[in-house]
Design a protein around this ligand. Structure first.
Ligand SMILES: [Fe+2]
Length: 187
């Protein structure tokens, strides 16, 4: 198997740099947002791929990743990253985190009440609530409930005061899921 483009340590570096970028109009930066999303996945006892997908769900916003995969909406750039570096399941979870918002708005009326103002604003740009046909198509995927769950963690990861584990605590987990990785220290 050929080595993926970005190593685990490159990826941790990209996430560290994300601390310098605001997360849309929210009160957290992009690193805090990633850590808070992953923390909820970890606290729920999720498997490694689910935790990695939570941590990396917005990796498609990073300039280094956009520069490598080309322009595109961040969820699909992130999905390309995860397909190359982790697995198709991780790619699906990351690629669907925006459609999952459209799904939840259409199927769970109370869900929309808890969205942040920025998230409500972006919903229109993202296509608004799913149509019944889109809902049926979304529900046909075997991992759609995981994608919806990840979306709920994403929505709950905008708390300026939340305490999370450090980024370094995900290093071993990323090595376990990384394509072509055979050890926690491949150097
Ligand atoms: Fe997010």
């Amino acid at each position: 198997m050929s080595s993926p483009h970005f190593s685990v340590s490159d990826t941790l570096g990209i996430l560290r740099l994300a601390a310098e970028s605001p997360y849309e109009d929210e009160a957290v930066n992009q690193l805090q947002h990633a850590l808070q999303t992953a923390q909820q996945a970890r606290d729920a006892g999720s498997d490694d791929v689910m935790v990695a997908a939570a941590l990396l769900h917005d990796i498609g916003r990073a300039p280094a990743v956009l520069g490598y995969y080309g322009e595109g909406v961040h969820e699909y750039v992130g999905a390309k990253f995860c397909a190359e570096h982790i697995s198709e399941r991780a790619a699906y979870l990351v690629g669907q985190h925006v459609p999952a918002k459209r799904y939840l708005v259409a199927t769970h009326p109370a869900y929309g009440d808890n969205l942040s103002a920025a998230s409500i604003r972006s919903l229109t740009r993202q296509g608004g609530p799913m149509t019944p046909a889109e809902v049926a198509q979304f529900q046909a995927h075997e991992f759609h409930k995981d994608a919806a769950q990840l979306r709920c963690w994403d929505d709950g990861a905008k708390d300026r005061t939340a305490i999370t584990d450090d980024l370094s605590s995900y290093e071993d987990l990323l090595y376990r899921v990384w394509s072509g990785s055979t050890s926690a220290d491949p150097t």
